[in-house]
Write a protein that binds this ligand. Structure first.
Ligand SMILES: Cc1ncc(COP(=O)(O)O)c(C=O)c1O
Length: 375
């Protein structure tokens, strides 16, 4: 059965689809258009950004402006360092313990799902780790209250502010009962809502969801975290202080990616920054969660209501067969990449900053129609 006749494909510029991918995610059309227009000859230089020397003045301008605009968007104080590194967010699973471990203390982890789990596994290869909290017993469906984790002599406290696979978000700046360094993997919700940077020592995020294409990971590092990292003698590419000294041009950076992220930051600033995009993201997510709640149990949401992610909405239909049918029918309306993560199954609708509200509306209408036809 195909979706009801009232549901129409919503024409999108350049015949683009609604891309619900968990990452790389949708990019703003305006940014892609600018990249296209500037591709062959950037600002009269006679070359593309890809062909410029990373030590030349043109690229330096692009790079430093991107760093400054990211600082502005985050509201990060001047004494915090902003880094752009390679190796994906996954490399930080190793670099966090390498840069921040302290003898006689133990890294403490809060495990709220798939990505927290990956970080713990990597940290364990480098030393002892204490798991201060885990939501495994409830199927990784929630984040802890501030008082729940049980810390043990922490060198740092690590958590994932939004678990991309489960769709579980803290939705707040936690105030844990610890004065240790606070490290946050914000890969899937950075710049989607306001964070008080001063409450964190390290925030890191892969760019490919809310900042641009895959290829850089941005880090915001507090002075006290940088002091500890400075006491280590790490190889160039593993050392945060060495990256900071060189404004992340300690080797050849992925120049084209930094350029596109820079355009993305300008796009976001022109929209009014994080304060303006946060209610937009909340509105999009609410359209979909409302359908889950109104479906009389047809759709089962994964996260507890208090921790429902605005970026990754995860739910299941009454059977795996209906999940498959949901995905097939959705494709007919140009809605793609709604399949849940391979470890969970079900449906996952990821709607980052650049995902259009029309796509959320269409998904909500489709969900109501699908439940009616298959309930
Ligand atoms: C929360 C979170 N952390 C880490 C990662 C790993 O990112 P990367 O693929 O850039 O290593 C992801 C990827 O989806 C993620 O969602």
């Amino acid at each position: 059965m195909i979706p009801s006749q009232e549901l129409k494909k919503t024409p999108q510029p350049y015949d683009r689809i609604f891309n619900f991918s968990a990452g790389p995610g949708s990019l703003p059309v305006e940014v892609l258009e600018q990249v296209r227009d500037e591709l062959l000859n950037w600002h009269g230089t006679g070359m593309s950004v890809m062909e410029m020397s990373h030590r030349g003045k043109h690229y330096d301008g692009i790079h430093m402006e991107a760093l400054a605009n990211l600082r502005k968007l985050l509201g990060a104080p001047d004494d915090y360092q902003i880094l752009m590194l390679q190796g994906g967010a996954s490399l930080e699973n190793a670099l966090v313990p390498m840069n921040l471990s302290v003898e006689g203390k133990t890294p403490n982890y809060i495990d709220t799902g798939y990505w927290g789990h990956q970080s713990i596994k990597d940290a364990q290869k480098l030393g002892r780790v204490h798991i201060a909290y885990s939501s495994e017993s409830t199927g990784f469906d929630r984040a802890p209250a501030d008082s729940e984790p049980r810390f043990e002599n922490p060198s740092y406290v690590y958590f994932t502010s939004n678990e991309t696979v489960g769709g579980v978000d803290f939705l707040r700046d936690p105030k844990f009962d610890s004065d240790a360094l606070i490290v946050c993997d914000a890969s899937s919700n950075i710049l989607s809502r306001k964070l008080d940077v001063t409450k964190y020592d390290v925030i890191f995020a892969g760019a490919q969801k809310n900042q641009g294409p895959a290829g850089i990971t941005t880090l915001i590092v507090s002075p006290r975290a940088m002091e500890i990292a400075k006491s280590k003698d790490l190889p160039l590419m593993l050392s945060w202080p060495r990256a900071a000294e060189a404004h992340s041009i300690h080797n050849t950076p992925p120049t084209f990616i930094v350029y596109i992220c820079g355009l993305y930051y300008k796009w976001l600033l022109a929209k009014g920054g994080v304060d303006a995009i946060a209610p937009y993201n909340e509105r999009k997510a609410k359209l979909v969660y409302d359908q889950i709640d109104a479906s009389g149990g047809f759709y089962k949401g994964h996260a507890v209501k208090e921790n429902r992610s605005r970026m990754n909405i995860t739910f299941k239909c009454p059977s795996p067969e209906l999940d498959e049918k949901f995905l097939e029918d959705a494709k007919q309306l140009n809605m793609s990449t709604l399949k849940g993560h391979r470890s969970t199954g079900g449906i996952r609708a990821s709607m980052y900053n650049a995902f259009p509200e029309e796509g959320a509306k269409l998904l909500a209408e489709f969900m109501a129609d699908f439940a009616k036809r298959n309930g």
